[in-house]
Design a protein around this ligand. Structure first.
Ligand SMILES: [Zn+2]
Length: 454
């Protein structure tokens, strides 16, 4: 590659903007500071100097230019880092001439950028009403236990009168067509614009790059409104299966702790954050998806604590999440609780969110489902199949004893059972998993059938 091109790209991008695509930055005089992603950092140790176009960590001594950062962060060779810098920096494709055209990073289209900007405008308009306590909206949020800081941080909003917002946006030169693109407004049968978010408390939803892509909302003034919670409908910029609520905002704390709490809904995430757990993200009424996993996998050495609801659906969603997480080699465990209605209440009662291993979770689940397991051969076999997948000898030993403790079956009996199955099957467990589909996923499929009347 031409040296000239490499230095030209470096000159034409801002290092702080490239790094800010990965980690939230704070301004610090002429420089920027952030949590260093290259060691377990507890306070911002990395300084970014925009004049020199360099970054430097004063703890682990990592440092260099924008290319070094992207290479180290993504663990990719120079040529790919160069492409990413060009694309994240929004430089023209001219700089990629002669390179393999492989989009590593999809820049936003002009249309997408316009919708982001409109959403921002709408959000700020609604935030103002909460801060003015219109219709008691701020008081209402306080009464639900949210601090003023949380209300501001999550940018709660309230829309008393949609027509006034429409007037305001039209005064800002927006056309009907443009308004409809945001999915914040809907076209009525009689061709007039209608807003489903009117008289609701709203929460902006951001994508993994911190762009405002949609809104969630809760019924507030008008109890006659049908749905208690609504979300923006899927649009060209908003795909629920790709969004982890609070992902970008959580990153700072995630880099400090290397841990992330995964909850079911945005209110769970907000409530936990209000109580001091900031490394929390939420799936939004969907199961955990491969796209979510990609986001989690983008953080090195992360451990995911699954904190879904403790009803049957939540427990089964937890087991499915385990399956996806373990497939991607992401460390994981989960909460198991009885005396609270959600993770926030659990945190309030216990002062912490204690987790148990994925194996213990599965064991508890089997015990709850079948009661006494000591004579339930198929349930015991299910446990032994999962146990067989545990690689660490120490954990195998630990879980084996756990099965014995919780079922009351002697260790020697369990060992005999393992031998007995092996002999009977004449194939190893892991193969059996594959050949007969006797893994968690297919077990769950059967369970879904069992529970389908619910
Ligand atoms: Zn460092």
């Amino acid at each position: 590659m031409e040296k000239e091109l490499i230095s030209k790209v470096k000159k034409n991008v801002k290092i702080q903007e490239i790094i800010a695509h990965y980690i939230p930055l704070n301004k610090s005089g002429k420089n920027f500071k952030c949590i260093c992603p290259f060691h377990t950092d507890h306070e911002p140790s990395m300084i970014i100097n925009p004049d020199k176009q360099l970054y430097k960590c004063f703890v682990c001594n990592g440092g260099g230019d924008v290319y070094n950062f992207v290479m180290n962060y993504e663990n990719i060779p120079f040529i790919e880092a160069y492409q990413k810098v060009v694309e994240i920096g929004g430089l023209s494709d001219e700089y990629l001439r002669g390179l393999q055209k492989r989009k590593v990073y999809e820049p936003y289209s002009e249309n997408e950028k316009a919708i982001h900007a409109l959403n921002e405008k709408i959000s700020r308009y609604m935030e103002y009403h909460v801060m003015q306590n219109i219709d008691g909206s701020f008081e209402y949020l306080s009464s639900r236990g949210l601090s003023e800081q949380t209300v501001k941080q999550f940018r709660f909003g309230y829309l008393p009168d949609a027509n006034k917002l429409i007037e305001f946006l039209k005064a800002n030169k927006y056309t009907n067509e443009e308004l409809l693109k945001s999915n914040f407004f809907i076209l009525n049968k009689n061709n007039s614009i209608y807003c489903p978010f009117e008289k609701r408390i709203t929460i902006p939803i951001h994508d993994s790059r911190n762009k405002l892509v949609g809104f969630g909302a809760r019924r507030f003034v008008d109890e006659k409104q049908k749905a208690k919670y609504i979300n923006s409908t899927e649009s060209e910029i908003f795909h629920k299966s790709e969004v982890l609520f609070n992902y970008y905002q959580a990153l700072n704390e995630v880099y400090k702790t290397k841990e992330i709490y995964l909850v079911e809904g945005y209110m769970d995430a907000i409530m936990l954050s209000d109580k001091g757990i900031h490394n929390v993200v939420a799936v939004m009424g969907t199961a955990l998806t491969e796209q979510h996993i990609q986001l989690l996998n983008g953080i090195k050495n992360i451990k995911v604590h699954v904190c879904f609801d403790m009803d049957t659906a939540g427990k089964e969603a937890t087991l499915r999440a385990f399956k996806l997480l373990s497939k991607s080699n992401i460390q994981h465990d989960a909460v198991w609780y009885e005396q609270a209605k959600d993770p926030a209440e659990l945190l309030q009662k216990n002062g912490s969110l204690d987790t148990i291993s994925w194996f213990e979770f599965f064991l508890n689940y089997q015990l709850e489902r079948y009661g006494d397991l000591s004579c339930n051969e198929s349930a015991i076999n299910d446990l032994l199949y999962e146990w067989q997948n545990v690689e660490s000898p120490i954990m195998r030993n630990h879980y084996f004893k756990m099965i014995s403790d919780k079922t009351g079956l002697d260790l020697s009996v369990l060992k005999e059972q393992v031998d007995y199955i092996k002999q009977k099957e004449k194939i190893p467990y892991q193969n059996r998993n594959k050949s007969k589909g006797n893994d968690l996923a297919s077990l769950l499929k059967n369970k879904q059938r069992i529970f389908s009347h619910e």
